[in-house]
Design a protein around this ligand. Structure first.
Ligand SMILES: Nc1ncnc2c1ncn2[C@@H]1O[C@H](COP(=O)(O)OP(=O)(O)OP(=O)(O)O)[C@@H](O)[C@H]1O
Ligand SMILES: [Mg+2]
Length: 313
């Protein structure tokens, strides 16, 4: 059954996508961007990666540290801490000459670098700045998607405004952090999407991640995207599949087939158990199939956007 919370996902102003490394964050962020654009939204995708892979997925120009339009109503930027810190410094100090005088000072540079979380805050702060950015008297973007770092670093990034709120003296930095917290904790404006796979290691990490996002950071988990889900061949009949595999292995020529049958049955059984665990997390879920392709390109990302739409997003 489709969870109605999923249908509201793209109506938020800010959606951060995180999850264990390699679970499909970038691919599914691209699919979300395509879907939002299809629905007439102006979208900004903010990446926080050393290696930018969105452009390969969407078959667009390379995305650098400057915001640019990559496809229709989709803009993108690959944020790097150095450039974001500079922008942040400019925002705080307003005047470029003053900024240069202050920021080119090695002592100041060293000091800012030494503030824990400042790198992460400059990137999250930039993404949040674009949520509020105005053009011709209205929001420049309807939706800002953050392709956030993997679990540990992703949580660190989302936690950093809370740290700043605690440690920074009253002033602009603390006010900015408090504004960020207010926006991120407003369930009508912000949600976190968690990407995962139906396998043991990602599943445990997902359970912990969701608990941290909800209990400590007080954020809304707007979607649990379970990627690379197998469509069951054995329909939960694990014992029968093992019996069939055993029977096959009696015939020497069928031994490889027996091995494949057993391996598939075990994977399906693991997946069945894990999907039961995910169901208990009470997060709006979408199951996404593994596409039988070597590399995800734009048509595949379009196909995944359709899966998300059919799944209720
Ligand atoms: N549903 C899918 N079907 C087939 N391949 C997929 C699917 N989703 C993702 N992939 C592939 O899996 C790999 C990992 O995906 P992706 O790069 O999106 O993960 P990620 O979570 O962003 O990784 P990282 O943590 O390194 O940033 C990529 O090669 C991608 O093309
Ligand atoms: Mg990625």
């Amino acid at each position: 059954m489709v969870d109605p919370a999923l249908s509201r996902l793209l109506d938020k102003r800010f959606v951060a996508v995180t999850g264990k490394g390699g679970t499909g964050k970038t691919t599914l962020t691209a699919a979300l961007a395509l879907l939002a654009a299809q629905r007439g939204k102006r979208v900004l995708v903010c990446m926080s990666q050393a290696r930018e892979r969105m452009s390969a997925t969407l078959e667009t120009e390379f995305v650098g540290s400057e915001v640019k339009t990559i496809l229709g109503s989709i803009d993108a930027v690959n944020m790097d801490p150095e450039t974001c810190l500079e922008e942040y410094g400019l925002m705080v100090l307003k005047v470029r000459a003053l900024y240069k005088a202050v920021m080119d000072n090695r002592v100041v540079k060293g000091f800012i670098r030494a503030v824990p979380g400042m790198d992460a805050w400059s990137m999250l702060g930039k993404a949040l700045f674009h949520v509020k950015e105005q053009e011709n008297g209205r929001n420049k973007y309807d939706l800002v998607l953050l392709d956030a770092p993997a679990t540990g670093h992703g949580v660190q990034m989302l936690r950093v405004p809370l740290v700043i709120q605690k440690i920074a003296p009253p002033g602009l930095l603390r006010r900015e952090a408090e504004d960020g917290i207010a926006l991120m904790r407003d369930p009508s404006k912000c949600a976190v999407v968690v990407c995962t796979l139906p396998e043991e290691m990602p599943a445990s990490e997902t359970e912990e991640l969701i608990a941290t996002l909800r209990d400590e950071l007080k954020l809304t988990v707007g979607g649990l995207f379970v990627n690379q889900v197998l469509s069951p061949l054995f329909a939960g009949k694990f014992d029968q599949a093992l019996l069939a595999s055993h029977a096959l292995s009696e015939i020497p020529a069928f031994e490889p087939l027996a091995t494949v049958t057993r391996a598939r049955a075990i994977r399906e059984e693991v997946q069945r158990n894990i999907l039961e665990r995910f169901a208990k997390l009470n997060a709006p879920r979408v199951y996404i199939p593994a596409l039988p392709v070597e590399r995800i390109r734009r048509p595949h990302a379009q196909a995944l956007a359709k899966v998300l739409a059919d799944g209720g997003v």
